[in-house]
Write a protein that binds this ligand. Sequence first.
Ligand code: GUN
Ligand code: FE
Length: 430
Amino acid sequence: MMETVLFVGPVVHTKKEGMIEILDEAAVLIKDGKIMSVGEASSSLDVKADKIIHLQDGQLLIPGFIDCHIHAVQLPNLGIGYDRCLMEWLEKYTFPLERKYSDVEFANRVYDTVVEQTLNAGTTTACYFASLYGKSSVILAEKASKYGQRAFIGKVNMNAPRDDGYCETTEESLQATTEFINDISNIDNPLIKPVVTPRFALSCDMDLMKGLAKLAEDKNLLIQTHVSENLAEIEICKKMYPECSTYVSVYEEAGLLTKKTVLAHGVHLEDSELEILKNRKTSIIHCPTSNTCLRSGLCDVKRLKSKGINVGLGTDVAGGHSVSILDVMRSALQVSTHLAFFKKGYEPLNYIDVFYLATLGGAKALAIEDQVGSFEPGKQFDALIIDTNKPNGPLNNLSEWTIEEQLQRFIYSGDDRNISQVFVAGHQVK
Ligand code: GUN
Ligand code: FE
């Protein structure tokens, strides 16, 4: 039976960049997980629904958060190693941890926690890096499926030789990725999709990247990798690929830049690289918590946007210190404000901008804006009920605010205690 549910109360979302739509008293009709209509509550009183949910005082409905870049495997390292920059941090903390995922019991435990914690923080869609190990990475997909999260799952590809054995040959890498893609399709859950995941240009050679680009094209899959995160990394990239003038042109040469490609960081991109990304319709994933923790730099989102590039947000756990996209939104605001301190006439991002990045901007980056990111008829109901009136939460109740002010308060001062219910495709997952 198809159940219909009517949500009645304040709704805030972005239909396009730079603008929020606020419905003080809306009615959102859901059927079989899909949004049927969004209107004023007064004109929806005669709508028949199996269930009517009235939001309480201080509650509002917003779209679910989209984390476009998170390393599920790195959760155990959350909060450590930030005394190192990227290349050292990878060697000292990250690769040794990732090797442990050859143990599927360990993978089981960590992945349970990852999906539980991200859903609790309001992440309704996550684009995950798992590990090098295909069978172990399938477990992450099974966990997302079990808990009801919408997720893209990537088995990591690395064929640059390493002494510790955390690498594959080109043939092994392509073979294991093909198997991984088949294993994911056997989970048979439309919310769970594979994503082709060359780690970055420094851990793959051109042959492997070309093979992976072809695989993604043949199977029409998303691609994710890292770009231009750290100055030392960029130097190594230029030495490894002397025939390519920039980091982005390495990926262009490999055929990895599509409208379904997400590139994490992009802190130090040159104008010529932005031009290529714009033409390829490739998105950048802004990871400000990570860029600060690993001392990578201040990414100028306003510049990316002004060059016509779509941007989403990523926690980049465990480069970033938190699984919460809300923390990332706040960090994006702070980084942008810090940039404005030394750029004359620079208007930093505001809370409406980061709300867009966390919802519809992320949906666009992952090429799912026809399915999620805002409340429009025909889209899936991925949503959060925000409760600004939680006695034990960080927000006080000492005055009265408009709906827009409630959203602002939540973005600047709220936390997961204020995310009281989470829905993915109409199913309550928190
Ligand atoms: N570049 C290559 N691998 C990684 C990673 O695991 N984290 C971050 N932040 N950057 C990377
Ligand atoms: Fe990353």
